[in-house]
Write a protein that binds this ligand. Structure first.
Ligand code: NI
Length: 166
């Protein structure tokens, strides 16, 4: 497993691309998932999307604090309900956190790393992470959801884990 370079806004245009669906879950996708998990763990993130490591494919990995890492291929948010106010950061936007609104609950469909269809119902931090990472696949960053400049804050630590709650 390799630790991959994390792309940064605004220097890496891949972060603004619409990522392509994965058509075949082959060994290159398995290797990408392994490397993304390693990279996420090394950065203390709770999630990572393939465009963040320069790969414009619809693959995300998520690991809740104290939980096991999981990968979702071609994730689609099929239902969003409620609202939660969160303070979020992103490994691709180091040095900042922002106050934004996310859905309180989401239902996501996709495939796991074995190619099996999965359906995940989540709330709280998991719902936030699923929205944050799926946004990355559409070229959207959390800063796009920050409604005003006073809700975006500079932080001293240069790297803020993906979707960290404070
Ligand atoms: Ni992010």
């Amino acid at each position: 497993m390799a630790i991959l370079r994390i792309c940064h806004f605004p220097d890496d245009p891949v972060l603004r691309q619409n990522a392509k669906r994965v058509s075949a879950i082959d060994s290159s996708i398995q290797r990408l998932i392994d490397d993304m998990i390693k990279t996420m763990q090394e950065a203390n993130g709770v999630g990572l999307a393939a465009p963040q490591v320069g790969v414009p494919l619809r693959v995300i990995v998520i690991q809740m604090p104290g939980g096991q890492p999981m990968a979702i291929i071609n994730p689609e948010i099929v239902e969003r309900t409620g609202e939660q106010e969160v303070t979020e950061g992103c490994l691709s936007v180091p040095g900042y956190i922002g106050e934004i609104k996310r859905s309180a609950q989401v239902i996501v469909k996709g495939r796991d790393r074995q190619g099996k269809r999965i359906k995940i119902k989540a709330d709280g931090l998991m719902a936030e992470a699923l929205e944050h990472e799926t946004d990355h696949l559409n070229g959207v960053l959390y800063i796009d959801h920050v409604e005003s400049r006073d809700k975006l804050h500079q932080v001293e630590r240069p790297i803020v884990p993906e979707c960290e709650h404070r």
